[in-house]
Write a protein that binds this ligand. Structure first.
Ligand SMILES: CC(C)(COP(=O)(O)OP(=O)(O)OC[C@H]1O[C@@H](n2cnc3c(N)ncnc32)[C@H](O)[C@@H]1OP(=O)(O)O)[C@@H](O)C(=O)NCCC(=O)NCCS
Length: 193
């Protein structure tokens, strides 16, 4: 397995991997390719811990991880800059409207907003379905944590949907601790030893 930083030239491959890895219960899985490229460009520009994994004999990424301090900022800016296409995608996929309204209210009224904004977030970790349970996510996390230690960061968090059973099993096995839960998500934290 080879792990390296994600560069701009990887974005098309990362978009394809994202569509293969997440089911249609995720709003971004309904984005067209142009909008998805913009989404990843923004995430990568604002978040310094971004890595992909390939097999030894093939340069196509089979897994990736994106983390940083500015995941919320990246998403908010992406929405502001692409308000029309995001809105029309929402109209074409009305099953997400209630969820997005709840998220907006949580964002506006969250008492823990300040804490969340200052904490480093692991925003995405995805492995191609054909390459799961082979240790790719574990290695990406291990590499990520080594980089954090180099920067003297020993603590980070993440959120996962309560319905994402596979990811919850993975986080439970990977020493994450539940910090709190809300209607749709579980928030985990991890201390790096
Ligand atoms: C969650 C996910 C990243 C796990 O990736 P993975 O490469 O299959 O995980 P690994 O092979 O590194 O597994 C690490 C450990 O977790 C366990 N694990 C991983 N997925 C599991 C599952 N579905 N059920 C039970 N255990 C699981 C492995 O058995 C392994 O345990 P071990 O250390 O005792 O051997 C992957 O299933 C995925 O991409 N899901 C879709 C995207 C997603 O939901 N991402 C999270 C939210 S952004």
């Amino acid at each position: 397995m080879i792990i390296r930083k994600i560069v701009n030239e990887d974005i098309d491959n990362i978009c394809e991997l994202h569509l293969r890895s997440l089911d249609k219960n995720h709003f971004t899985s309904t984005f067209n390719s142009k909008l998805l490229v913009k989404y990843f460009q923004k995430l990568l520009r604002e978040n310094k811990y971004s890595y992909l994994a390939t097999e030894e004999n093939n340069s196509s990424p089979v897994a990736f991880l994106i983390a940083g301090y500015k995941t919320n900022k990246a998403i908010n800016e992406f929405i502001k800059e692409n308000i029309a296409p995001v809105f029309f995608t929402l109209l074409r996929n009305p099953q997400f409207i209630t969820e997005k309204i709840f998220e907006l209210f949580r964002e506006l009224f969250s008492v823990s907003k300040k804490i969340e904004l200052t904490k480093l977030q692991l925003y995405l970790i995805e492995v191609d379905p054909a390459h799961r349970k082979k240790g790719f996510a574990k290695e990406l996390i291990s590499n990520f944590e080594k980089e954090l230690k180099k920067d003297k960061v020993y603590y980070y968090g993440l959120s996962v949907r309560k319905t994402n059973v596979e990811a919850i099993k993975f986080y439970s096995k990977s020493n994450f601790e539940v910090e709190n839960t809300n209607g749709t998500s579980i928030h985990y934290t991890k201390e790096i030893l």
